[in-house]
Design a protein around this ligand. Structure first.
Ligand SMILES: Nc1ncnc2c1ncn2[C@@H]1O[C@H](COP(=O)(O)OP(=O)(O)O)[C@@H](O)[C@H]1O
Ligand SMILES: [Mg+2]
Length: 399
């Protein structure tokens, strides 16, 4: 019974495995200097002339290209610069996929200023007023980052509407709130009212995809931080760059490096070899997808499972909406659950599209007889199926 002792005696290949964690914020962000510099220029007034303006910025770009991490680094920079000058600027980063309602988001923001604020008993409008009072009383400017903002917009929530209008009706008052919204693409804004769109669209920073060379640079940098020297060769990094580039999400590469290192350690190797990388790449579902699946309602998971099963059985690259719906109904029947309506299923499909899980080729938009062919392009179906079944199992649903 000396497992720990034995493991601890083994020399590790990691310097610090935490630095491969997708939530780790590195000191440097190669290839995002331009974006950081642009953000600093845009927010400079907050420091030179506090509370004179309220900035509203929108960040766009596909998944896994450093939007979140860049804004987090920027938030820290802004905080530091303001502390040095005795200006009170608070920064809060909200992930709208996790804090699913305006109410939760507002509570979170208020609690940043007043830790003991009670959770219940207020409407969003009340909360907004309380927030403004607090900011005024304590002479604070707050930068609110609404990450994965599309999750709030698509629920018909009016938080953005409220936030973008704070102070709008009064000139010569202190501007207390700045906003950075992060979205994958601008199409989700279509559901907003015109004036919110135009406010948010005034400043858009589009993050471009990383090139192969840039992905190499980033993975090499993260390897340097987290693994001992020469554990992962340049050639193998290049191999990981290829698959990361085709998926486009840096998280994917970070995760392969982590897994390959673990595999090498378990085999008592001194360096990572080809086989470790191959095995490490095999069972991966892109991390962004994994994260999305974890928060997905069960019914939506059933629908996705129906899609996967349909694709597996037919062996085609795409499947019709109708076919998925049929299979979904069978799953519900087997579980003794009421199926969701067809239009709800259609909404799920649109959400999958936004989450980059599926590609949809719409043949006809008519409500009755919606015709669309759907693909799951980037993810290994078998792995995806396994993961969904596991997530459902954790929720107490056995399929
Ligand atoms: N330029 C970079 N340097 C180092 N790590 C990066 C860089 N860009 C992205 N990453 C890492 O890649 C992962 C994905 O970045 P993230 O900001 O979460 O992407 P997005 O928000 O665009 O989906 C994170 O773990 C992040 O630390
Ligand atoms: Mg992000």
């Amino acid at each position: 019974m000396e497992y720990f002792e034995e493991l601890l005696r083994k020399p590790s290949l990691f310097l610090d495995e935490g630095k491969l964690d997708i939530n780790y914020i590195p000191d440097r962000l190669p290839y995002r200097e331009k974006e950081l510099s642009l953000l600093s220029q845009l927010f400079l007034t907050l420091i030179t002339n506090p509370n004179s303006i309220s900035r509203k910025i929108l960040i766009t770009g596909r998944t896994g290209i450093g939007k979140t991490v860049t804004i987090k680094v920027f938030g820290e920079m802004l905080k530091e610069a303001s502390i040095k000058r005795n200006i009170c600027i608070k920064y809060i980063h909200v992930n709208c996929r996790k804090e699913r309602t305006s109410y939760k988001v507002l509570i979170k923001i208020i609690r940043l200023i007043n830790k003991n604020f009670p959770k219940r008993g207020y409407s969003p409008q009340d909360l907004l007023e309380i927030l403004l009072d607090l900011l005024n009383q304590q002479n604070i400017h707050i930068l609110i980052v609404l990450d994965e903002l599309s999750y709030l917009i698509n629920k018909g929530e009016d938080l953005l509407y409220l936030l973008t209008r704070i102070n709008d009706d009064s000139t010569n008052v202190q501007q207390r709130v700045s906003i950075i919204g992060i979205v994958r693409d601008l199409s989700c804004l279509n559901n907003l009212d015109y004036s919110t769109i135009s406010t948010m669209q005034r400043n858009i920073i589009k993050f471009s995809n990383y090139s192969r060379k840039q992905i190499f640079g980033i993975l090499k940098y993260r390897t340097h931080l987290s693994l001992k020297e020469n554990v992962l060769s340049k050639d193998l990094i290049n191999m990981i760059v290829e698959s990361t580039y085709s998926i486009g999400d840096i998280r994917y590469g970070l995760n392969i490096i982590w897994k390959a290192t673990k595999i090498a350690e378990s085999r008592n190797l001194k360096v990572i070899d080809n086989e470790c990388v191959r095995l490490g790449s095999q069972e991966l579902v892109p991390f962004s997808t994994l994260d999305i699946l974890k928060y997905m309602p069960s019914q939506k998971l059933f629908f996705l499972l129906a899609m996967i099963k349909g694709l597996q059985i037919s062996n085609n690259t795409d499947i019709s909406f109708l076919e998925i719906s049929k299979r979904y109904h069978i799953i519900c029947e087997n579980l003794g659950l009421n199926p969701r309506s067809s239009s709800q299923l259609w909404n799920y499909l649109q959400e999958f599209k936004r989450e980059s899980i599926v590609l949809i080729n719409v043949l006809s938009e008519k409500i009755k007889g919606r015709r669309a062919m759907i693909q799951i392009p980037e993810i290994n179906l078998l792995n995806l199926e396994k993961i969904i079944i596991e997530i459902l199992r954790l929720k107490g649903i056995n399929i």
